[in-house]
Design a protein. Structure first.
Ligand code: BG6
Length: 483
C-alpha cells in the first residue's frame, strides 16, 4: 500500500486520436489515410487479432470500396461534437487532454501546402480544450499516415519524408507552440516492426530486404523528430517533446538463464531501442550489432547522427496495456495477443476478451526501470482495457471491471511515485468510446463515456456516462486518495 497522492501539478485525464474519433474523413479538404482504409476485422472469441495485409492490391481496393466498410471514416463524429465531448471531460475534472493532429487534414496534398480549413478546426479545438481548464498534449502523427504520401513517395522509406514532416510539424508548432506545451512527434514509434503501414506508410511487398527498408524508414523518423526539436529550440519555444513507445514489459518465462536472456533480447528490440535513440541520442550497441549481423544498412549520415545526438526528447512517453513473456524455446507454449504482437501466455495473469493480459504490477516495474535507465520525467500517455459492454435494462453501464482495471493501474502509479519515480502525467485510453485501432471495432470499448454506435455504424451517437465516470472524477478530485 501507499499513502502517496498525485502531485498538485500532475497531468491527469484522457487520450484520443484524430483517426479513431474525428470521423469526417473527407470533410473540409481532408485526404485519405491508412486509418481510413482499415476495415473491421473482428476476431472470434479466443482468436488472435487479425490484420489486413496492407499491400498494393488492398490499397487499390480500399480506395474504391464502399466507405461504410471502414469504421474509422465515421469515428465517433468528434469533429462535429468536440465541444460537448470536452464539456464531459472537463466535468471529470481532467487537467489534461491528449489528442492528435491529422496530417491529411492539415496538408491534404502532402506537398507542404496548408489547408486553412484544418487550422480553423484545430484553432477551435485547442482553444476549447484550454478554456475548459485542460492542458492539451498533442501528438503530431498517430497511426493515420496520409495515403498521398504512400502514392507519391512510398512512405517513410523515402528520405524526402523528413522535410515534408518537418514542414508539417513546424507549421503546427508555429501556430500552437505558445499554447500547447507537450508534444509527441510519433505515436508508439515501436509499432513499426509489426504495423509498418500504420506508422511508416510502408506497403507490404514480400521483398526480402523489407526489414532494412523498415529500419531505414524508422531512422528517417528519428532524424525528423530531432529536426523538429532543433527548430523549436531555434524559435525559443517553451515546449517539451516526448518519445512514445507502446511498452510491452517482458518477463522471462522461467528462472532458466536462457529464458532470462531471451527476455532481455526481446525487451531491447521491442521496446528499448526506440527510447535509447530518442531519449539518449544514439543507437545503442545492441542495435548496431543487430544491424550489422543482419546486413541492415541504415544509410545514416554523419549529420543525421549529430542531429539525433544533439536533440533528444525531454520526457519518456509510453503507453501501457499489457506485459509479455519470452522463452528460449517457445515450442508448445500457449500464445495470446498483446496488441500487434503475439506473445506467450502468462499463467499468472487474467486477460480481456481480446487476449490482452492485465498486469498492473508490470506498470510499477516498468516505471521504475525507465526511471533508472533514462532518468527523465515519464508521461503515461495511454493505459486502458477494451471491454465488450451493453447498457442494462435501465440504460446503465455498471462497468466495475473498468474501475478495477484503471484503479489497479493508478495504484501502481502511486506506488511508483512512492518509489521515487518522476511520473508527470497519466491519460487513460480512451475516456470516450472510440473506434479500435487494431480491429476497427466500436464494441471494443475503453471509455468512461458510452457512445451509442455499433460496429457497423448503427446508433444515435448519444453519449452516456458509465458508472466509472463518477468514480474517475472522484479519483481526480481526491488526487488518488479515493482509490
Ligand atoms: C494503442 C494506440 O496501440 O492502443 C491506440 O496508440 C489504440 O490508438 C490503443 O486505440 C488500444 O488499441 P485498440 O486496438 O484496442 O484500439
Amino acid at each position: 500500500m501507499t499513502s502517496a497522492l498525485f502531485p498538485h501539478d500532475f497531468l491527469i485525464g484522457g487520450a484520443l486520436s484524430a483517426a479513431q474519433a474525428e470521423g469526417a474523413w473527407e470533410a473540409d479538404g481532408k485526404s485519405l489515410t491508412v486509418a481510413d482504409c482499415a476495415p473491421l476485422t473482428k476476431p472470434a472469441p479466443g482468436e488472435p487479432t487479425r490484420t489486413v495485409r496492407f499491400d498494393r492490391e488492398f490499397l487499390d481496393h480500399a480506395k474504391t470500396a464502399d466507405p461504410h466498410d471502414f469504421p474509422k471514416r465515421r469515428g465517433i463524429d468528434f469533429y462535429h461534437r468536440f465541444e460537448a465531448d470536452l464539456d464531459l471531460l472537463a466535468e471529470l475534472g481532467s487537467t489534461t487532454f491528449r489528442f492528435s493532429f491529422s496530417w491529411a487534414r492539415v496538408m491534404p496534398n502532402g506537398d507542404g501546402k496548408i489547408n486553412q480549413e484544418a487550422f480553423v478546426y484545430y484553432d477551435r479545438l485547442i482553444d476549447a480544450i484550454i478554456t475548459r481548464g485542460m492542458a492539451p498534449v498533442m501528438t503530431i502523427s498517430h497511426f493515420d499516415f496520409p495515403m498521398v504520401l504512400i502514392e507519391k513517395y512510398g512512405g517513410w522509406a523515402n528520405r524526402r519524408l523528413i522535410d515534408l514532416y518537418v514542414t508539417y510539424a513546424t507549421s503546427l508548432l508555429e501556430r500552437y507552440g505558445d499554447r500547447v506545451k507537450h508534444w509527441v512527434p510519433f505515436n508508439e514509434i515501436n509499432m513499426s516492426v509489426k504495423a509498418p503501414e500504420k506508422t511508416l506508410g510502408l506497403l507490404r511487398t514480400g521483398d526480402a530486404a523489407f526489414e532494412q527498408t523498415m529500419f531505414r524508414a524508422l531512422h528517417h523518423q528519428f532524424v525528423a523528430s530531432a529536426k523538429v526539436i532543433e527548430w523549436s529550440k531555434q524559435q525559443q519555444l517553451d515546449v517539451r517533446f516526448g518519445s512514445m513507445v507502446a511498452y510491452f514489459t517482458t518477463y522471462a518465462a522461467s528462472s532458466k538463464p536462457e529464458d532470462v536472456l531471451a527476455a532481455m533480447q526481446e525487451d531491447r528490440l521491442r521496446n528499448l531501442l526506440y527510447l535509447d535513440v530518442l531519449n539518449l541520442g544514439s543507437y545503442p550497441f545492441y542495435a548496431t550489432q543487430y544491424f550489422s549481423q543482419n546486413s541492415i544498412d541504415l544509410e545514416a549520415t554523419e549529420e543525421d547522427l549529430r542531429l539525433i545526438a544533439s536533440h533528444p526528447c525531454d520526457f519518456v512517453g509510453m503507453s501501457y496495456y499489457n506485459s509479455a513473456i519470452a522463452a528460449a524455446n517457445t515450442e508448445g507454449l500457449e500464445i495470446t495477443s498483446a496488441n500487434v504482437h503475439s506473445v506467450i501466455k502468462n499463467p499468472h495473469l487474467p486477460a480481456n476478451d481480446w487476449g490482452w493480459q492485465i498486469d498492473p504490477v508490470g506498470l510499477r516495474i516498468t516505471l521504475n526501470d525507465l526511471q533508472r535507465l533514462f532518468n527523465q520525467p515519464i508521461f503515461i500517455l495511454e493505459n486502458g482495457c477494451g471491454f465488450n459492454e451493453e447498457p442494462d435494462e435501465a440504460g446503465a453501464i455498471n462497468d466495475t471491471y473498468r474501475t478495477t482495471f484503471i484503479g489497479d493501474h493508478l495504484r501502481a502509479v502511486l506506488q511508483a511515485l512512492d518509489d521515487g519515480v518522476n511520473v508527470i502525467g497519466y491519460t487513460a485510453w480512451s475516456p470516450i468510446d472510440s473506434i479500435s485501432s487494431s480491429t476497427s471495432e466500436m464494441t471494443k470499448r475503453y471509455g468512461f463515456i458510452w457512445v451509442d454506435q455499433d460496429d457497423h455504424g448503427n446508433g444515435t451517437l448519444e453519449r452516456r456516462k458509465k458508472l466509472s465516470f463518477d468514480w474517475f472524477r472522484d479519483v481526480i478530485k481526491s488526487r488518488g486518495a479515493s482509490l
